[in-house]
Structures are given as structure tokens and as C-alpha cells.
Write a protein that binds this ligand. Structure first.
Ligand code: EPS
Length: 364
């Protein structure tokens, strides 16, 4: 399956367009709604989330409750939007006041430079909102809706997920997100996703682009705010001896299956799944929109060239918990594609037959 999305943070709606979907996936809309809610109400989100309900509609590709093989289009209407039940938001596109001060560490400045808005001869075009509306993490709602469909496909192959978060409390100023929010500051965090039930041999060692860790890495790095991705012991492996981080191979006496006695490599060797639990970790940076107050960082007004502080529109305080939901969606989409490559991509029942035959062959 492959995903394209469209939509802006305060536009009319978000769209997810999922192509190469096998026929025969029974669609449980409650699961899509649950995942959307988990992303929306996650710890540290802004008050915007209380105004959204993420009501969605499947526009195509599902008939009699099942996917038909046609592209699946899902629409999520924004409640807070221009010309709608807007709330006078700073980013109302009809607003007379363009945003000309970029936020450090945000897409604002490189995006404005790339798309020709910064320094434009026409001053009305010098407006960061043209970029920030699309760069906003609001777009990830569409990914989560599509990811829920991918999870429904993977369920036919007994694949399940567990995502957890942790705050990286290695700083002297240990604060909770509520304390950070009070002073307009933001926090990063860590996410771990475990995937159970995978067969060995998803991905490939034969061509670089088919390596599963490369594809999962690309998918996970596409999530806004993700600055690090690792598998298994990840970075720690660089300081270890090979003998200490081997994952010994053994035959499980109960099931007769080949297993690993440890999983330092996180369930991927040679660009392929090993059949052990897949374990990915993500480092999530603090949200770059800061303030109001002393937390707001220094910047420059691009119209006047004068030093000033970055704007402080309403923002999330911490997004690690939301990223956990999005990461599962991204991993599910990538794994769905890998299952389709391995077992055929047209019909779920054909895929299951091929899956059973493969498991018999490898006794896995
Ligand atoms: C965001 C700011 C907030 C967030 C938003 C991302 O929204 P607003 O601009 O309306 O205040 O809540 O995230 C979402 C709306 C979402 O659904 O994830 C930003 O500045 O990127």
C-alpha cells in the first residue's frame, strides 16, 4: 500500500489516498476512530485538539464493508478552519497581518526560502503561513487514518503493536509538561514501538532500496519532530563488543522453530526481519513553537530586517505521545507493503494462503 496525503492545518479537510490496497480487508471504522482519538488527545497537546473531533469519511475503495482493491480515500474535516468555525486564529489566511518572523527550528524559514515566499517582491507573499500550514503536524491525522487500514491488513497475519513513551529526563531542570506549558516551554521525549508476530524474511538483503530497516527509517523520519531512529540496541551497539551483543540462534524445543536467545539487533538483520519482535526507538525533539513569554526565541522580521522574538501561536507542549500513535501507523504502512511484496498484493485470502505455505516451509 502507498499513501499520499493532502490538506493544511486550517484548510477545509485532510485527505489520505491509499493505493495498491488488496481487496478483502474488512474495515472496522471504530478502529480508525480509536487511533485518531489516541493521536488527538495524547499527553501535551494544545487546546486545538479539544476543538477537533477528527470525524472522517471513507470516500472510495470500500464496498459492503470491505476493500475492493481500488484506492481508498479518507477525508477528515477540520473544525478549526478558515471560513469555518474558525476561532480567530493567527493563521486565518484572510488575516490582514502576514507572519513575517520565522520560528527557529521550524519549517518556516527553509520552507519560505525554498518556495519563494521569503524576500518576495510582493510583500503580501512574504508570509510564513503558506509553509507552516502544510508543515503542521495536523497532516499526521491523515496518516493515522491510513495506518489503521494497514493495521487491519496486518491483523490477518497475526501482527500486533505496542507503543510506549518516556521522557528523557537527563537534564538538570526536570520538568513535567504542565510545568513547561506554564512558562511557554516545550519538551521532547522518546518513543518505542514493538511489533509482534512478524515472519522472518520481510524486506531484502539483495537490493539496498528493499532493506526493511532503510524503509522503516525513512518512514519514521518523515514524522515531524523525529530526530533519531534506531533499532534494537541502536547507538549503544557502537560501544560494544560483538561477543556481547550476539543474538544466539537456537531451536525452540516446544515449537521446533528457529529462534534468537536475545534481540540486540531489534528483530532486523541484513535488511530483513528475523521473526523476533521488531523493536524501534524514536527520539522526538521539543516542539519549536515556544512562548509566549521568556521562552520565545530570538529571530528576525524578514520584512524589516530587524531583530525580534519568534511568534508564539497556540502550540503543543509535547508531542511524543502523539508521535507514538503516528509511528505505529507509519510502521504498519511499511510492513503492509513488505507483506504484499512477499505474499502477493491483490487479495487478502491469496496472501494468507501464501503466508501459511511459507510458514510451513520455514517451520516459522
Ligand atoms: C500546530 C499547532 C496546533 C497543534 C497542531 C500543530 O494547532 P493550531 O495551529 O490550530 O494551534 O494542535 O496540531 C494539530 C492540529 C494536529 O491535529 O496535530 C503547529 O504549530 O504545527
Amino acid at each position: 500500500m502507498q499513501l499520499q496525503t493532502a490538506g493544511e492545518s486550517h484548510g477545509k479537510a485532510l485527505l489520505a489516498l491509499l493505493t495498491r490496497v488488496p481487496s478483502g480487508i474488512v474495515i472496522d471504522t471504530a478502529l480508525i476512530q480509536n487511533d485518531l482519538k489516541a493521536r488527538r488527545v495524547a499527553e501535551g497537546r494544545s487546546e486545538r485538539q479539544r476543538k477537533e473531533s477528527d470525524q472522517f469519511e471513507i470516500l472510495s475503495g470500500v464496498w459492503k464493508g470491505q476493500t475492493t482493491g481500488a484506492p481508498v480515500a479518507i477525508q477528515i474535516v477540520n473544525t478549526v478552519r478558515d471560513g469555518g468555525e474558525g476561532d480567530g486564529d493567527l493563521r486565518d489566511v484572510e488575516s490582514a497581518v502576514p507572519v513575517t518572523v520565522p520560528r527557529p527550528n521550524h519549517a518556516d524559514l527553509p520552507g519560505a526560502q525554498k518556495y519563494g515566499w521569503e524576500g518576495s517582491v510582493d510583500a503580501t507573499l512574504c508570509d510564513m503561513r503558506a509553509v507552516s500550514e502544510r508543515a503542521s503536524a495536523r497532516e499526521t491525522a491523515a496518516r493515522v487514518a491510513a495506518g489503521a487500514v494497514a493495521k487491519m491488513l496486518l491483523d490477518y497475519f497475526d501482527v500486533s503493536f505496542l507503543a510506549t513513551t518516556a521522557h528523557k529526563q537527563n537534564r538538570s531542570d526536570r520538568v513535567t509538561w504542565e510545568e513547561a506549558a506554564q512558562v511557554g516551554d516545550t519538551l521532547g521525549g522518546c518513543v518505542q514501538v514493538e511489533v509482534y508476530g512478524l515472519v522472518p524474511g520481510l524486506g531484502s538483503c539483495m537490493e539496498a532500496v528493499r532493506r526493511l530497516d532503510a524503509r522503516l527509517g525513512a518512514a519514521l523520519f518523515s514524522i515531524p519532530a523525529v530526530k533519531a531512529v534506531s533499532f534494537g540496541d541502536g547507538q549503544l551497539l557502537s560501544a560494544e563488543r560483538g561477543s556481547r551483543v550476539a543474538d544466539p540462534i537456537l531451536l525452540d524445543p516446544d515449537t521446533g522453530r528457529l529462534r534468537r536467545a536475545a534481540s540486540h539487533s531489534g528483530g532486523i538483520d541484513g535488511g530483513m526481519t528475523t521473526g523476533e519482535t521488531l523493536c524501534a526507538q524514536l527520539g522526538v525533539k521539543p516542539v519549536p513553537t515556544l512562548g509566549p513569554g521568556d521562552s520565545a526565541p530570538a529571530s528576525l522580521d524578514l520584512r524589516t530586517g530587524k531583530a525580534t522574538v519568534a511568534p508564539s501561536p497556540r502550540h503543543d507542549t509535547q508531542v511524543a505521545a502523539a508521535v507514538a500513535v503516528i509511528a505505529v501507523a507509519e510502521i504498519a504502512l511499511t510492513l503492509s507493503e513488505a507483506y504484499q511484496e512477499k505474499f502477493g498484493g491483490d487479495v487478502v485470502s491469496d496472501m494468507r494462503e501464501a503466508w501459511s505455505a511459507y510458514r510451513q516451509r520455514i517451520r516459522g
